[in-house]
Write a protein that binds this ligand. Structure first.
Ligand SMILES: Cc1cc2nc3c(=O)[nH]c(=O)nc-3n(C[C@H](O)[C@H](O)[C@H](O)COP(=O)(O)OP(=O)(O)OC[C@H]3O[C@@H](n4cnc5c(N)ncnc54)[C@H](O)[C@@H]3O)c2cc1C
Length: 318
């Protein structure tokens, strides 16, 4: 990884592990270089240079990286460094489940009968605050398989499926109809872009109380605009991506609000959650999971302890 001066800057931040330090550490290091004006040409990216591997090895071991850089940037990484910047690439946390994918109603013990989740949307609690490289395979493949097996067993054994209430789809129908008939003057895609930009700037790599507080208010405003002022370009009832994107946006705003409020509450730094105003990890107060619910527009929090088994938490040093 190189900055504008051609320095291999990870030497400063993680002299032992260098570029192979955990991704939260590398992401913060890159962002620090950018924030302090050492991005390439003073811009918001640095370089990853693969040329030392040689063209043959790049094509043999990293053909997808070569293809990505070429397709998106027209950069041939055999002969040029690739511009990169940090991004959100995983949701640590998610729908609380047990190790068989059963969704836990209270986030702790009580399963919702017949409801399973696995993969990135779920939280079995294997990652903590920092998913390590390749470990989404664990979530998707291992716990996906366990959830599949548990579902098969459940279907074979469970006999008394309750009747669904006649109005069980009512809320969803109301939501869809509301979006299809919405008559405002903003496109959901514009609200989404604004939300993404704000989340990245104020709830991204570096966080602080002031930014998070402002963001909380800004998200409320975006939510209001979403509820009162959107309009879909496509109002058809078949294959309508506009509608799907609008539905997703509503859910994304809910999640953004929960993430921001959770980040504001957690006055410490842990894994990918880095508070500039609370840079130390605080195990005494915060070695616990946050559970969040949004009910009637209000976010409620609860907590559950982290189960420590073989490895005791210790200070991270690289
Ligand atoms: C840039 C980047 C790099 C990554 N690199 C790595 C890596 O090197 N190693 C690693 O282990 N992990 C990596 N990950 C993470 C990994 O790719 C994901 O965690 C994993 O693919 C998630 O798989 P999933 O099946 O749980 O979810 P997804 O792949 O997100 O699948 C969910 C599916 O559900 C569909 N869906 C959503 N809503 C609905 C609905 N209402 N009805 C029907 N379908 C719906 C979606 O269209 C999607 O197809 C990376 C992620 C990113 C973004």
């Amino acid at each position: 990884l190189l900055n504008d001066k051609g320095e291999r800057f990870m030497e400063k931040y993680a002299p032992d592990k260098m570029e192979l330090a955990p991704r939260d550490v590398v992401a913060r290091s890159i962002q620090t270089e950018i924030n302090e004006g050492r991005g390439i040409g003073g811009k918001d990216y640095v370089h990853i240079d693969l040329r030392h591997l040689g063209a043959d090895k790049i094509m043999e071991k990293l053909p997808q990286i070569h293809e990505l850089a070429w397709k998106f940037l027209h950069v041939d990484c055999r002969t040029e460094p690739i511009p990169i910047q940090p991004t959100a690439h995983y949701s640590m946390g998610g729908i609380p489940t047990d190790k068989d994918g059963r969704v836990l109603f209270d986030g702790k013990k009580e399963p919702v009968v017949g409801f399973y989740a696995a993969g990135e949307c779920a939280c079995v609690s294997v990652h903590g605050a920092n998913r390590l490289g390749t470990n989404s395979l664990l979530e998707a493949s291992l716990f996906g398989r366990r959830a599949g097996k548990a579902m098969r067993k459940f279907l074979a054994e469970y006999e008394e499926f309750p009747e669904l209430p006649a109005d069980s789809a009512e809320e969803a129908i109301k939501e869809v109809e509301g979006l299809l008939s919405a008559n405002g003057n903003e496109r959901p895609v514009d609200i989404r872009a604004e939300m993404q930009e704000k989340m990245m700037a104020k709830c991204g790599i570096f966080r602080n109380a002031k930014d998070l507080g402002e963001l909380k208010t800004e998200l409320k405003e975006l939510e209001e605009r979403y509820k009162k002022n959107i309009k879909l370009d496509d109002r058809s009832r078949k294959f309508n991506f506009d509608l799907i994107e609008a539905l997703e946006l509503g859910h994304m705003i809910d999640f953004a609000e929960i993430i921001v409020e959770g980040a504001l509450n957690r006055e410490e730094s842990r894994g990918a959650h880095y508070r500039v105003d609370f840079p130390k990890r605080d195990d005494k107060k915060w070695l616990r999971h946050t559970l969040a619910w949004k009910r009637d527009g209000k976010i409620e929090f609860d907590f559950k302890p982290v189960v420590i088994t073989r490895f005791q938490p210790k200070e991270r040093k690289y």
